[in-house]
Design a protein around this ligand. Structure first.
Ligand code: SAM
Length: 288
């Protein structure tokens, strides 16, 4: 059990604590005990976290840790851990670091050789996968797709040959556009699933082909308020074969050209982003 400060010279532990994604009953007894016991909670938004803590009668001190101050906070938090204090890291919802702040802090704590312990719990992408009925044996979590359609399509092109199930977080004002672009780039036949407001009062699931869901959302038939997870089936075998073809093209070009030129030519031939092909060139050349 964590404590406000450990006696002696033992360093404290950073507990990475998952909090509910909507339903407060999903807070685990261990998460609550940890948040109650630590010396300080680093929170994405202290006002949001303090409101949650008040619901559970927890009065532990909080400090903000978000995208803009995370780096600056690290030395002070490391110092407190070294002095023996246990700390917790939380985000506004779900598991910290998953499309949320905390990566730089956890990385710094690991690099400093100090203990980190997860206190696992709610996570929208895992909740969505577990209820979607799409294959879960291999999946790729791609976070939020870019806001602008051109960049979003480019990101989807990069994922076109991925065999794994694809998981995205989406905002209410972009879900329809994301479905439309995904149907265009990945093909409307793929299986798709959208989870809205998971664990909350108005939880809704939509499943069908990507094309069908794109049409339903484009027609305004579906509720677009709330929080969304979008899941899309992986590439069919034919698209995987295209990925192999890309390797064959790159291998042939790399015999004559440096990686940057090979990637440039292949990007034109294959209509795929140059940067991804350049990365693949580096992987292929490192194998030889
Ligand atoms: N760290 C969180 C987690 O573990 O899931 C996610 C934080 S991310 C900034 C917030 C996004 O997660 C939302 O925009 C939405 O895409 C997804 N999300 C969070 N809660 C959700 C819920 N209850 N239902 C559906 N999606 C949710």
């Amino acid at each position: 059990m964590p404590s406000r400060s450990s006696a002696g010279s033992e360093p404290g532990t950073l507990f990475v604590v998952a909090t509910p994604i909507g339903n407060l009953d999903d807070a685990s007894p261990r998460a609550l005990a940890t948040l109650n016991a630590v010396a300080l909670i680093a929170a994405e938004d202290t006002r949001h976290t303090r409101a949650l803590l008040a619901r559970w009668d927890i009065d532990t001190d909080t400090i903000s840790l978000h995208e803009h101050n995370e780096q600056a906070r690290i030395p002070g938090l490391l110092e407190r851990l070294r002095s023996g204090e246990d700390l917790a890291l939380v985000s506004d919802a779900g598991t910290p670091l998953l499309a949320d702040p905390g990566y730089r802090l956890v990385r710094a704590v690991v690099a400093a050789g100090l203990p980190v312990r997860p206190v696992p719990g709610p996570c929208a992408l895992v909740a969505a996968l577990s209820a979607s009925g799409l294959p879960t044996d291999r999946f790729l979590f791609a976070g939020f797709l870019p806001a602008k359609s051109g960049s979003r399509k480019a990101a989807l092109v990069e994922l076109r040959a991925t065999l794994s199930t694809l998981v995205f977080y989406e905002t209410p004002h972009r879900i329809a556009a994301a479905l439309a672009d995904a149907a265009e780039v990945l093909g409307g036949d793929r299986e798709a699933w959208v989870g809205r407001e998971l664990t909350k009062r108005f939880e809704t699931h939509y499943s069908g082909s990507l094309g069908e869901l794109a049409e339903r959302f484009a027609a305004g038939d579906e509720e677009e308020r709330g929080e969304f997870v979008l899941i899309i089936g992986g590439a069919p075998a034919a698209a995987a074969a295209t990925a192999l073809d890309a390797d064959a093209v790159l291998e042939a070009l790399l015999v004559e050209l440096p990686a940057s030129k090979a990637a440039k030519v292949a990007a034109k031939l294959l209509d795929r982003p140059r940067q991804a092909l350049f990365q693949r060139c580096l992987e292929l050349t490192s194998k030889h």
